[in-house]
Design a protein around this ligand. Structure first.
Ligand SMILES: NC(=O)c1ccc[n+]([C@@H]2O[C@H](COP(=O)([O-])OP(=O)(O)OC[C@H]3O[C@@H](n4cnc5c(N)ncnc54)[C@H](O)[C@@H]3O)[C@@H](O)[C@H]2O)c1
Ligand SMILES: [Zn+2]
Length: 375
């Protein structure tokens, strides 16, 4: 299994992407962490799937073949409650207490098996435990595979906001097994696809066209198709991040669709899934860019038609108006001198700064026209 190499400020790490890769986890951990004592951190939902897979019972993750080596033989399992509401300092404290009580020292290593919440939590525990120990990321949601496996960001939420406490601590390896995605809910699965659509939209028309041609296979969660998708998206995000470690320029392009998306998530009280909000954000921002003459008008229809074929919402699925969304966008930390900023590619599939800036501002009537298209 040839891994993809992700470069970061302090080195590189491999991302293993293949159906069935999970069965090689003990060997991958041993290869990258040596003879360290290992703790495997997961949430109760993913933990149940892992147990079913491990015990050989009728599991959505099963690829047939030999039974995997049971985790209890090579790792200590720690489990937390699932969901964003548990991505907190309290959960961080309970995990670090559990590790201390179990006698884990500086020579320990962690595995984060789960979605982005488990990845961020495990990474933050690894960044801080005994001043930093290695960890292996095993993302089990599409969002976590495409997005959280690159960038080295770890952290927890606080009542004041999301991801406000954290550290930069890249994993030593990532294992993305598309077979684990078979147990994901339809909504979570589809929502993860929007980050891939975004990757094609900002950097690669060939990739966008491939996604358009692959909707049936993607909706069927075809493993070979998913392997291609995950590989290309990780490659794109890794390329963008590596070219811009300080998050000043190129990297801003990864925020395409996200100015509107973050506001929609807030206004929905975080009921809208992140990927659903990003899809709606891409449509609205394309409408704005079309009106401002910086993208061809019609870009929004192309994105909306793809998202709709992928079973994603193209209209905000709850009652709201433009005003609260505009208000929430006004509070975005990416704003320059109070003006709301949007990351819009030079053309579909091509990134670059416009007049030296990676983001653009639109006047109020243009913003409202964009929002009206999704309301
Ligand atoms: N570090 C980064 O660069 C980065 C990037 C993107 C997102 N994130 C973070 O990721 C989080 C969102 O991640 P998420 O969408 O994966 O959410 P999540 O981790 O909460 O997972 C969503 C739900 O799916 C369940 N689940 C996970 N894998 C499953 C599987 N294979 N089968 C069945 N159920 C499964 C989980 O138990 C959870 O209930 C946010 O906190 C966000 O800040 C971090
Ligand atoms: Zn995102």
């Amino acid at each position: 299994m040839e891994p993809l190499l992700v470069r970061h400020a302090l080195g590189t790490y491999p991302v293993y992407i293949a159906p069935g890769a999970l069965a090689d986890l003990p060997e991958i951990v041993a290869a990258h962490c040596g003879a360290r004592a290992v703790a495997l951190i997961t949430d109760t939902t993913v933990g149940r799937q892992y147990e079913a897979w491990e015990s050989g019972s009728n599991s959505a993750w099963s690829m047939g073949g030999d039974r995997p080596r049971p985790a209890h033989e090579w790792a200590t399992r720690l489990s937390v409650s699932p969901g964003e509401t548990f991505k907190t300092r309290d959960t961080w404290a309970s995990l670090t207490d559990a590790l201390l009580d179990a006698g884990f020292g500086r020579d320990a290593a962690l595995i984060g098996l789960g979605g982005g919440v488990i990845g961020d939590l495990t990474g933050f525990v690894a960044a801080t435990y005994q001043r930093g120990i290695p960890f292996v990321l095993v993302p089990t949601t599409l969002l976590a595979m495409l997005d959280a496996s690159v960038g080295g960001k770890t952290g927890v939420d606080t009542p004041q906001g999301k991801n406000l406490i954290g550290a930069f601590h890249p994993p030593v390896a990532v294992v993305a097994d598309p077979a684990t995605l078979r147990s994901l809910s339809d909504a979570e699965y589809r929502s993860g696809l929007t980050e891939a659509v975004k990757h094609g939209f900002i950097t690669d028309t060939g990739y966008l066209a491939w996604i358009e041609a692959s909707t049936t296979a993607l909706l069927a969660r075809d493993l070979a198709t998913l392997e291609v998708l995950i590989r290309r998206s990780v490659e794109i995000k890794a390329g963008v991040v590596a070219s811009d470690e300080r998050e000043a320029g190129t990297r801003a392009m990864l925020n395409a669709g996200h100015t509107v998306a973050h506001a929609l998530e807030q206004v929905s009280g975080y009921q809208l899934l992140h990927g659903e909000a990003v899809g709606l954000g891409l449509i609205a921002e394309c409408v704005m860019a079309g009106r401002a003459g910086i993208l061809p008008s019609g870009a929004d229809q192309r994105i909306a038609s793809l998202l709709s074929r992928l079973g994603l919402p193209v209209r905000v699925p709850f009652r709201t108006r433009a005003e609260p969304i505009r208000h929430a966008m006004g509070r975005d930390k990416k704003n320059l001198a109070g003006a709301i900023r949007f990351a819009v590619p030079l053309e579909i599939g091509k990134m670059g700064p416009r007049n030296g800036s990676w983001t653009v501002g639109f006047d109020e009537s243009t913003i409202d026209a964009g929002l009206a298209a999704i309301l």
